[in-house]
Design a protein around this ligand. Structure first.
Ligand code: SAM
Length: 295
């Protein structure tokens, strides 16, 4: 049985990096007039109450989104991401009323954090569609309660196995987020096998794979293994903000490996990573890495 629940980590430094990159890729996908499908192999619950018992346990969001929330000096891409999270924090509209709009200069209190499906939904246009895999029954139920409609499918199944049946989609345009909990060490191998299969079936898809920076050889090797199966371009970004404890435990940082990245992503990240590392650093050695193989 799965023990991992993303609510314990919602809005932490790893979510900030992941969702900032996801936001940038979604902006690129929606800049073109053609519809696309968003496929989330490990969707989580879709949204999280930061005052809830799980998020409060270690209050990881305090060293993540909270450090960015009210800053007046955010670089554009960070401001765009924070703006999305602020929109998610606006009150739900009254029945029959239009959704409230975030006025310029207004900062709502930070009470909720959007999961990746909510970030995708904030960008989705009427012709776009979503496939959301989530294996944990209770998170899948929460997801299904908040995500419905003709264009969205919530699938309470294994996302590694499920991706096979989703690519290539029709029409052939998709963004795939692969964001496992890596609760089981076998997940690292599954990521590589799943990506190898997906890239063969659908080489032009845009894929974003998240991984943790922890003291485990499988985690350190993952980006190199993904490079070897990316036929066209790729981009790898990693942000280290914390020190592991004396036994080597803890999340030092995280990374994202993007296959077929938007051509603008490298420049955008070069502009924002120094700021992000400075603001999210939990020790003096905080750092980042960006590497790329252009298409
Ligand atoms: N993508 C989410 C976000 O950014 O908001 C967070 C996802 S969380 C890191 C990983 C999720 O994967 C957990 O909710 C966990 O229950 C779920 N999970 C674990 N193994 C899975 C599998 N084989 N297939 C689908 N979901 C799985």
């Amino acid at each position: 049985m799965l023990a991992y629940r993303h609510a314990f980590h919602a809005g932490n430094h790893a979510d900030v990096l992941k969702h900032l990159v996801l936001d940038q890729v979604l902006r690129y996908m929606t800049a073109k007039d053609k519809p696309f499908r968003y496929i989330d192999t490990h969707a989580g619950a879709g949204g999280y109450l930061l005052k809830g018992a799980q998020a409060q346990k270690k209050a990881e969001y305090r060293e993540g989104i909270n450090r960015l929330w009210s800053r007046p000096d955010l670089p554009e891409a960070v401001a765009d991401y924070v703006h999305l999270v602020q929109q998610f924090n606006l009150p739900a509209p009254e029945p029959g009323q239009p959704a409230p709009v975030l006025e310029k200069g207004m900062t709502p209190p930070l009470a909720l954090y959007p999961g990746s499906p909510s970030i995708a939904r904030l960008h989705a246009r009427p012709g776009d569609s979503m496939r959301l895999f989530e294996l944990h029954p209770s998170d899948a139920r929460t997801l299904a309660a908040h995500f419905g409609g003709r264009q969205v499918q919530v699938i309470n199944e294994d996302g590694f196995a499920g991706l096979k049946g989703q690519v290539p989609p029709t029409p052939r345009r998709a963004l795939v987020l692969v964001d496992p909990s890596y609760e089981l060490v076998a997940d690292y191998g599954k990521v590589v096998a799943t990506m190898r299969d997906a890239v063969q079936r659908f080489p032009e898809g845009v894929y974003v794979v998240w991984y943790p920076q922890i003291a485990r050889v499988e985690a350190a090797q993952l980006p190199k293994r993904l490079m070897s199966l990316s036929p066209k371009g790729w981009l790898h970004v990693r942000m280290t903000v914390a020190q592991t404890d004396s036994q080597g435990f803890g999340l030092a940082g995280s990374g994202l490996f993007v296959i077929n990245p938007p051509y603008t992503l490298h420049e955008t990240l070069q502009g924002v990573m120094p700021f992000l590392v400075e603001v999210l650093a939990q020790y003096d050695g905080a750092s980042y890495l960006i590497e790329e193989q252009p298409a």
